[in-house]
Each structure stands twice: as structure tokens, then as C-alpha cells.
Design a protein around this ligand. Structure first.
Ligand SMILES: Nc1nc2c(ncn2[C@@H]2O[C@H](COP(=O)(O)OP(=O)(O)O)[C@@H](O)[C@H]2O)c(=O)[nH]1
Ligand SMILES: [Mg+2]
Length: 166
């Protein structure tokens, strides 16, 4: 049995962003959409946006409440995660336990997972040590991005395309 879900070609692909509050999910979505990265409102339930990815076509991007939020918020994030085809797990600081748990759980559930080191413009080493730690613990190579400085956005698009095609 295949460990990954069959992607239904009749339905729009869903790409979900998951990460702690203020990890930069909304800013990254805006950067991918070519919009202003400033974001003021907190996401309390999943927000669905259409996005055209060159090489893939129209997909649905899902912004979610922080993985470190509680109660209904995390329940709704969990429910959204179950329907996701590709999950981007954002990591923006050194506490990575929660993110690793999500990476492992979603991977086991057959979801395609891409770890993303976010806000690398704030990191003296451009996210290198965090990327190495995630790779060591999960076996997956993260993509390093900065929504603010527009770093790594093309690499992320390419990683998404690769995941979808494999
Ligand atoms: N320096 C820097 N700040 C960022 C970046 N991405 C987001 N931020 C800031 O981090 C805060 C949280 O970002 P936001 O996208 O709202 O995080 P979310 O809660 O995960 O959606 C905001 O003040 C953003 O302006 C980035 O790539 N670099
Ligand atoms: Mg947000």
C-alpha cells in the first residue's frame, strides 16, 4: 500500500501552512501571492485562498491558526490538516518539538510534508543550523525562506511542484 494519498486530479490541490503563532504563515502566503507581507489579524480558523502556481495551476492555499493555540482553534487546524495534500510546516525558532511532532504525524497519515525554515533574514546563519536539526530529526530537507526579503520563494514553489509530482 502506498504511504501517500492519491491526489485526486479532479479536485483542486490543497496546500496548508502550519506553524506556531507568528511563525510567518500569513506573511509567506502573501509573499507567494505577490502581495504585501504585512499582516495584522490573527487567524483563528482555516482561511482558504486560491493561488495559481506556475507549472501546477490553481491550488487552494490554507492558512491556519497557530499550532500552539488551544481548544477549538487547534481542533479546526487539525481538521483542516486531514484534508491537506501538501503541508508546509513553518519553523522560525529553536524550539522544534511541536513542529517535529506535526511533521511526523502528517507524514504517517500520508500527507506530503515540506518543512520550511521561515524568517531567515532574522537568523545570523540564514537558518542553516535549524535546517540541519530538522533534517537530522525528520529525514526531510527544509526550504529556507524569508517572506520579508523574498528569499527562497522560487525554491519553495519548486519544492511544492516536486512533492505534487512525486
Ligand atoms: N523579519 C521578518 N519578519 C517576518 C517575516 N515573516 C513574518 N514576519 C513578521 O512576523 C510577525 C508574524 O507574521 P505572521 O505572518 O502574521 O505570522 P502567522 O501568525 O504565522 O501568520 C509579523 O509581525 C510579520 O511582519 C519574515 O520573513 N521576516
Ligand atoms: Mg496568520
Amino acid at each position: 500500500m502506498s504511504s501517500e494519498k492519491n491526489l485526486n486530479s479532479n479536485e483542486q490541490l490543497q496546500i496548508g501552512l502550519f506553524g506556531k503563532r507568528s511563525s510567518g504563515k500569513s506573511a509567506l502566503i502573501n509573499a507567494l501571492l505577490g502581495r504585501d507581507t504585512a499582516n495584522v489579524t490573527e487567524t483563528t480558523e482555516p482561511v482558504y485562498k486560491a493561488m495559481d502556481i506556475y507549472g501546477i495551476g490553481m491550488v487552494t492555499i490554507v492558512d491556519t491558526a497557530g499550532l500552539d493555540s488551544e481548544g477549538k482553534r487547534i481542533q479546526k487546524t487539525q481538521a483542516a490538516a486531514e484534508k491537506i495534500d501538501v503541508a508546509l510546516i513553518l519553523i522560525s525558532n529553536d524550539s522544534i518539538e511541536l513542529e517535529l511532532a506535526w511533521i511526523n504525524r502528517l507524514t504517517r497519515a500520508g500527507t506530503k510534508v515540506i518543512p520550511v525554515i521561515s524568517q531567515i533574514d532574522k537568523m545570523p546563519d540564514g537558518g542553516k543550523h535549524l535546517a540541519a536539526a530538522i533534517c537530522e530529526a525528520s529525514g526531510k530537507t527544509p526550504v529556507c525562506v524569508s517572506a520579508k526579503e523574498k528569499i527562497g520563494l522560487n525554491e519553495l514553489r519548486e519544492a511544492i511542484i516536486k512533492k505534487i509530482q512525486n
